[in-house]
Design a protein around this ligand. Structure first.
Ligand code: NAD
Length: 256
């Protein structure tokens, strides 16, 4: 499906990123784990390469909130491989106060978290699309969320300390619209921009939450990180050549 396409996966060492990287290798692409945490990125790279008996996965240290770091990643990867075909915006920067309930969120934290995440996705898209416009085109996939599409179902968090932070709603809904803005802005440049919105991903959440969440879905409920991979590969491949500015929701019907 991917025919040696060189694909940058920001936050590639994280929960979802790691599954994306494995799926890209399985489909004949060359994934570059671009993560702020270089130790985790290297460990993840070594693990996937060992499992596949290849040296296909590569790593680069990247901070999506730094123009210098982004430009350096473009320079290093494009000179090493002679091309970059796609950017998967998947990193998840947040500060130490992220995750609070609505009335506990301080203005400074709201602004910082939106800036790090939505601002970082903007900056990464801007730097990579500048490269793509110069070299004939490219493909950007923004990892958004169901909570950029619908309001949270707050009752599923009853009996737990969990919530969906208000910043997340601003970040992900903003990202879905930014996806459309960029797709249109790049008219004539052969750059596609789409979003993939996952539902909740299993990560040792407490039982009351898991069963409340499951009741809102059609079959499985919370998904595994690998359940997003098919949609990502489709969006990265030429099979989706004329899909542009869209948001594909993968959530087992949670948003219905
Ligand atoms: N986990 C879920 O349930 C879920 C659901 C829907 C959407 N998402 C979205 O999927 C994406 C990935 O989420 P995840 O759960 O795998 O996150 P995660 O926290 O497991 O991984 C995020 C990765 O991003 C890296 N990172 C943090 N700041 C960075 C920066 N400034 N520059 C580069 N890398 C940086 C981290 O080192 C980490 O490896 C996010 O956009 C998230 O909002 C997650």
């Amino acid at each position: 499906m991917l025919n040696k396409k060189v694909i940058i996966v920001t936050g590639g060492a994280g929960l979802i990123g790691k599954s994306f990287v494995s799926a890209i290798v399985d489909n004949g692409g060359i994934p570059i784990i671009a993560d702020k945490n270089i130790e985790n990125a290297q460990a993840c790279c070594d693990e996937i390469n060992k499992k596949n008996g290849t040296e296909t996965v590569d790593v680069i240290e990247l901070d999506i909130t730094s123009e210098k770091s982004l430009d350096n990643s473009i320079k290093v990867i494009s000179s090493k491989y002679g091309r970059i075909d796609a950017l998967v915006n998947n990193a998840y920067p947040r500060n130490e106060n992220y995750g609070k309930h609505f009335f506990e969120v301080q203005y400074e934290d709201f602004v910082e978290n939106v800036g790090l995440n939505l601002g970082g996705y903007f900056l990464a898209s801007q730097r990579y699309s500048a490269y793509f416009s110069k070299y004939g085109g490219g493909n950007i996939i923004n990892i958004a969320s169901i909570y950029g599409v619908v309001a949270p179902k707050f009752h599923i968090y009853n009996e737990t300390k969990m919530t969906t932070p208000v910043e997340y709603a601003a970040i992900k809904s903003g990202l879905i619209h930014l996806t459309k803005y960029m797709a249109k802005y790049f008219q004539g440049k052969n750059i596609r921009v789409n979003a993939l919105s996952p539902g909740g991903i299993l990560d040792r959440q407490p039982e009351p939450f898991l069963s409340a969440y499951q009741k809102e879905c059609c079959t499985k409920g919370m998904l595994n990180s690998g359940d997003m991979a098919g949609t990502l590969i489709f969006l990265l491949s030429d099979m989706s050549a004329y899909i542009n500015g869209q948001n594909i929701i993968v959530d087992d019907g949670f948003t219905l």
